[in-house]
Design a protein around this ligand. Structure first.
Ligand SMILES: CC(C)(COP(=O)(O)OP(=O)(O)OC[C@H]1O[C@@H](n2cnc3c(N)ncnc32)[C@H](O)[C@@H]1OP(=O)(O)O)[C@@H](O)C(=O)NCCC(=O)NCCS
Length: 253
């Protein structure tokens, strides 16, 4: 027996989380159906707008990140679109896309600790960063190779505030940013913003990567399609782009 609470499939009849799929089609936007799949209820207007904004914020970051490199490189070898996109998905890791999950876990754990100890967000931020420093660990969701003030982050926080989601996890993330700024400024990146917002929306931190994944797959499909249709097959590193640093040429004799 394979039990599932997500969809019921019978001949000529598909029910998802209690709703007939033909009723969802054309009536409920994709982001809201995603919310329904995860939470087993329809989002209210504010939740629907927020989830849509979260997915859109992850949609693409040009050819800069490892996942897009991987997807385009694999596509250039002449494989099918799903395999090339899957190669990109495999490149999502702790420092690329994956930071959402770790950041959400830390924000949720330390917010619970703050409530128990009656700490305000400033004190919680100090305690958390001190704890990470002692372990020699970084705070996921902060810092960026390109942006010093990521435009997606500010916009997401604005949408969160407009929809009533500026609550304790976002406050803690902003307090962490202020605490970093006392020594060396380290901005909240888009992963950190998503982590704080989904935590304030009561999503389990284990769903963190899902919000990045669902948006970025759309971007990677566009890149793979562009690679297939607008570029010469088989991308490769040429001699001018590589440098050999191994031993001098030698002989077996
Ligand atoms: C994203 C990231 C890889 C960018 O790194 P970078 O700009 O190349 O910076 P570096 O790795 O060279 O680190 C520079 C300094 O900032 C510190 N630093 C960078 N990000 C940090 C973080 N999140 N927490 C604590 N310290 C951090 C480093 O320890 C280093 O300090 P030092 O100069 O005293 O040695 C990095 O900020 C990071 O690991 N962030 C956490 C993971 C994350 O959020 N990834 C999602 C990115 S969208």
């Amino acid at each position: 027996m394979w039990e599932t609470g997500i969809s019921k499939i019978e001949p000529n009849h598909i029910v998802t989380r209690g709703f007939r799929q033909e009723e969802l089609i054309g009536n409920v936007p994709f982001a809201s159906v995603f919310f329904l799949l995860i939470k087993s209820r329809m989002p209210d207007k504010q939740e629907a707008q927020m989830v849509d904004a979260l997915i859109t914020s992850s949609v693409d970051h040009g050819v800069t990140p490892p996942s897009t490199h991987a997807a385009r490189l694999v596509a250039s070898a002449g494989v099918a679109l799903p395999s090339a996109v899957a190669a990109g998905v495999l490149a999502i890791g702790d420092v690329h896309g994956g930071a959402i999950e770790d950041a959400a876990r830390l924000l949720q754990e330390w917010n619970a600790r703050a409530q128990k100890n009656k700490w305000n967000s400033e004190q919680t931020a100090r305690e958390l960063l001190e704890h990470l420093r002692e372990k020699g660990a970084r705070m996921p969701g902060f810092g960026h190779r390109i942006h010093t003030r990521d435009p997606r982050t500010r916009r997401l926080f604005d949408v969160a505030a407009a929809n009533g989601f500026k609550r304790e996890h976002i406050n803690l993330a902003l307090a962490i940013e202020r605490e970093f700024a006392r020594n060396k400024p380290l901005p909240i990146n888009v992963d950190g913003a998503i982590a704080a917002i989904i935590s304030d929306m009561d999503f389990d931190w284990r769903l963190g990567k899902a919000f990045f994944l669902i948006g970025r797959v759309a971007g990677m499909i566009a890149h793979v399609y562009e690679e297939m249709t607008s570029h010469k097959p088989m991308r490769r590193m040429c001699n001018q782009e590589t440098e050999y640093s191994g031993p001098w040429e030698r002989s077996l004799e």
